[in-house]
Design a binder for this molecule. Sequence first.
Ligand SMILES: O=C(O)CCCC[C@@H]1SC[C@@H]2NC(=O)N[C@@H]21
Length: 266
Amino acid sequence: MGREWAETIRESAAIATLDEAGSTNDELARRAVTDAAAWPDLSVVVTDTQTNGRGRLGRVWVAPPGECLAISVLVRPATPSGAALDPERFGWLPLLAGAAMTRALRRLTDGAAIDLKWPNDVLTEGRKLSGILSELLPDLSGVVIGAGVNVTVASEALPTPTSSSLLVLTGERFDVDAVASAYLREFRPLYDAYLASGGDAERSGLRAEVRGVCGTLGSRVRVELPGGADLVGVARDIDGDGRLVVEDENGRLQSVAAGDVTHLRY
Ligand SMILES: O=C(O)CCCC[C@@H]1SC[C@@H]2NC(=O)N[C@@H]21
């Protein structure tokens, strides 16, 4: 991989472009913790060959070598005056990354039907193009936001029947580096606006941005809640804390902070 996108990241930030990595999230978290000064805000670890990728909810993220982007961005959010942002405000970061990836993949594909599934899967026609895993550093000083994108994976090599790739969607073999570049170019302005507002999703326009790309809104959904219970209803909104607001079958509004969403319209 090249690093044609390096100028989209702050000059002070560190970049590691690896021929191969176990998990880019693990690589970046290790560096961020062992050498915090060398790995400031917006540092990046990236590869196209990730051998031990991890997904949300303890799942494995499978990526055929050389055919997927695995990119992790370290954020150490601070207010405009330089104070560390309250970790309570970090909840919007996975949604920010999901919105950035949705915008990036739409832009690359000239506006293909690509949407965000709350909280941060990027889908085309119900199939997953990209997944995001955000992990807090153990000392709470930052968050590693990892994103995987299926780029040149052929349909027979897709990891699951519910996944897709940019190749399958468009017939085009995108360069993995160009996908990284498109993502970081979308990520940066959303993140800068979020920081400038002190982590206020409303004031920075982030909430509006996420609602604008989120295909979950208006869909009938089943949400597998963390305890194992299911909630079925219509997704109505994303509230000020980034929670999904679902109108259940009795017409009651329920706010969901975490869960696995299935769109029932497909
Ligand atoms: O859909 C999911 O469950 C999230 C998948 C996240 C995969 C990315 S690839 C880069 C980063 N490194 C990892 O080990 N996981 C994330």
